[in-house]
Design a protein around this ligand. Sequence first.
Ligand SMILES: *Cc1c(COP(=O)(O)O)cnc(C)c1O
Length: 392
Amino acid sequence: MKKKYPGFNTICTHTGELEDKQHKGAVSPLYMSTSYAFTDVDVKRYPRYFNTPNQEGLCKKIAALEHAEDALIFGSGMAAVSTALLAFLSAGDHVVLQQTLYGGTHNLVTEEFAKYGISHSFTEGWQPQDFEAKIRPNTKVIYIETPSNPLLTLTDMEAVAQLAKRHGLVSIIDNTFASPVNQNPLDFGIDIVLHSATKYMGGHSDICAGAVASTKAHMERIFHLAKNLGGSLSDYTVWLLERSIKTMGLRVKAQNGNAMTLAHHLKAHEDVNAVYYPGLEDHPGHVLAKRQMKGFGGMLSFELKPYLDSAKFQKNLQLIKSSMSLAGVESTVLSPKDTSHGLLSPEARAEQGITDGLIRFSVGIEEAEDLMADIDQAIKETKLSASYAGGQ
Ligand SMILES: *Cc1c(COP(=O)(O)O)cnc(C)c1O
């Protein structure tokens, strides 16, 4: 039986809010205490125990947004990733991870796990059989990210969840790119969902946080490690994050709409080679996206024609910023060859489909017309300088 939840925007606005009993204020009061009397109560409250009033309130909201029984909020997305993974992995265990992952997660696994005696395998593709091929007798966890960065590749959540269940493994998904607005992985049988709340949950490029949601039993195990590792989030930032999430549904839906408009615009552009967006009918994951996503998201990538220099194109943008992070209300772009995939050789990048002209686009909430105009003028400028340089 599926539990009934209030509507999405109602959860965003109200679930978990704290009552201001003293002054009847409209928003949750902020309790900054790191010390609470415990003489006649059961709960020993302390920020690093993840149980201050503001932390508990926001956890309720995030659990409801992800159709989970419980949730925890962390000081960063990576604190959420590392705590969730290590809670289910011990020395001698093995984890199967999707081929393309967020760079920080890739580094955590490849740079740190061997020290703890944990081995890992990356899949060679995105199909369920690619995951099955890597399972060993000591595998404990399957870890996925869909849509993935930067080509917006899709993984079948239900198939991976079933595979994990058949082999007695815990399935974990990084749901950052989709946000709970566009995707609820637990409804497809995935065990644990996590987020870099720095991205769509925060949404204003001014909060660094993470979140994990799952069943009470799984969250109990994650909590046990979390309080020992100490990656809790300050109550002030918890309070800001609660405020941010109130508008998440509105923001992300506007971003979905803009991304679709921009994807079509870029696809029709004579100086653009390819557009990667799950909402486009010719995207390889489009059918799957319609099955498992409620919206196609605010992230897309596009490839400039080879005669256009991607660095010059970014410099020529006037409204859209060239920046590292994503998911803010402001539109940003970056070039994977200079950032997330900068350490790979051009050949290794090309093997993953990441050409030098690839631009990752985090679409904001500005007017779509203004975004299109900015891209068009930047391409035009870049083309002009290219033809001068070529002596034409
Ligand atoms: C940013 C990001 C993370 C890491 O989050 P931080 O808040 O930077 O620690 C993890 N996964 C994805 C998909 C991200 O985009």
